[in-house]
Ligand binder design. Structure first.
Ligand code: FES
Ligand SMILES: [Fe+2]
Length: 411
């Protein structure tokens, strides 16, 4: 990538974070959500994950994932169908693969005694279902998949909640999406015009530092500035008279739950987490934004080097009554205002981001600390395998999951 010479252009590449720089198609050795459970049925579905073609199919209630390429002539197995229980047949010559193992179980056009049976195997992937979604494990080497619950946000394991979520294939590298999600600076400015923020004030700027706790890093707000006087230019604020969620008096309140002027009572499950900051992120690109009454999560799923799958999930931990109320609010408003209009502003910026080169500024400590976290975690994961946990480039078509859904989850 080249750029016209410019003064103070800053960083020209990401070589400070070599594993991150190499992870254009994602980090391997992680579980990723690839579709809503209800959308994976007996008809095979093609997805692309970390540059790999994968065919998903549900058989007798269990979802299986095969490498989506017939070893015979390279036709996508996802174009085939099931001719026998527990198998998937290629549409071209009827090579038929056992779903749990990927072993060639029959070749319909070569008769029952085909000598090639048992001599060919197509790759398989570990599959799990959580949060109403199908998750696929992309191995770094040939290791068995670790338990998926160890990778989910801790508060979503063993608790009851209702969630509403959106999946959408979006243009732009997954790292731009992750950096946008965790970026300290943009929300207060970019989203000031969103309908979701129509009645809520947001600060002009924050004083922030990053802390690491466990596998997460947190943005901690030390001070919030709701108005600012820019020398020689004048006063700037995003507050307007109609914003009923008014900012607190300057210097009197620093909230680390949410980023608006609201001071709602904090849900007990959220309060019990004692998050150091309202925005946190963990590998391999899981964002957590804690608000007083709900938590919003974003999973940035690498499709290939140019595209990612956005998975936005809003979770309410209330009891049955609160869950029903949240369910109604999600379907009536939140999915349009937040997972639609508000999130579309992020999708727009992720699509047009073009870095490096980049000239970072003070709030971008959020970005550099995220990249540092990636480096540290990947270095730790490489030790047992001796192989880089990054995906190689490939490019194919992918399935689209655009529908929003709501789910009730019980432990
Ligand atoms: S290409 Fe799949 S059976 Fe021939
Ligand atoms: Fe945003």
């Amino acid at each position: 990538m080249t750029a016209a010479p410019a003064r103070g252009v800053g960083r020209r590449d990401w070589s400070t974070w070599p594993n991150y720089q190499a992870a254009a198609a994602g980090f391997r050795g992680y579980w990723y959500p690839v579709g809503w459970s209800s959308e994976i049925r007996g008809r095979p579905v093609a997805v692309m994950l970390c540059g790999e073609k994968i065919a998903l199919v549900r058989d007798a209630g269990t979802v299986y994932a095969l490498h989506d390429r017939c070893p015979h002539r390279g036709v996508p197995l996802s174009l085939g169908n099931q001719q026998f229980p527990g198998t998937l047949s290629c549409p071209y010559h009827g090579w038929t693969f056992d779903l749990p193992t990927g072993r060639l179980a029959a070749v319909i056009t070569d008769g029952p005694a085909s000598p090639i049976c048992g001599k060919v195997t197509v790759g398989t992937y570990a599959v799990a279902e959580r949060l109403g979604m199908v998750w696929v494990y992309v191995p770094a080497a040939d290791e068995p998949a670790p338990p998926i619950d160890a990778q989910l946000p801790e508060e979503l394991v063993g608790t009851s909640f209702v969630l509403g979520g959106r999946m959408q294939r979006r243009d732009g590298n997954w790292r731009f999406a992750a950096e946008n999600g965790y970026d300290e600076g943009h929300a207060k400015y970019l989203h000031r015009t969103s309908l979701w923020r129509l009645f809520k004030s947001m600060p002009v700027w924050n004083e922030t530092h990053i802390v690491r706790r466990g596998r997460w890093i947190y943005r901690v707000q030390d001070a919030q500035h709701w108005h600012a006087d820019f020398p020689g230019l004048g006063r700037w604020t995003s507050h307007r008279w109609w914003k009923v969620n008014r900012p607190p008096a300057e210097g009197t309140h620093v909230s680390n739950v949410g980023n608006t002027g609201g001071t709602s009572r904090v849900d007990p499950v959220i309060a019990a987490q004692d998050f150091p900051g309202f925005a946190s992120i963990a590998m391999p690109g899981v964002l957590r934004i804690a608000y007083p009454r709900f938590i919003h999560y974003e999973f940035y799923v690498p499709v290939d080097e140019r595209r990612h799958r956005y998975v936005g999930v809003m979770v309410n931990f209330g009891g049955t009554g609160a869950a029903a109320w949240f369910w109604c609010k999600y379907l009536a408003a939140i999915r349009w205002l937040f997972h639609g209009d508000f999130s579309a502003q992020d999708a727009w910026m992720v699509d047009v981001t073009d870095a490096p080169p980049e000239r970072l500024y003070r709030p971008d400590v959020s970005l550099t600390e995220w990249r540092r976290l990636c480096e540290d975690v990947v270095a730790g994961k490489m030790e047992p395998t001796g192989r880089p946990a990054v995906a190689g480039p490939r490019s194919h078509a992918l399935a689209r999951f655009r529908r929003t859904q709501v789910h009730r989850v019980r432990p």
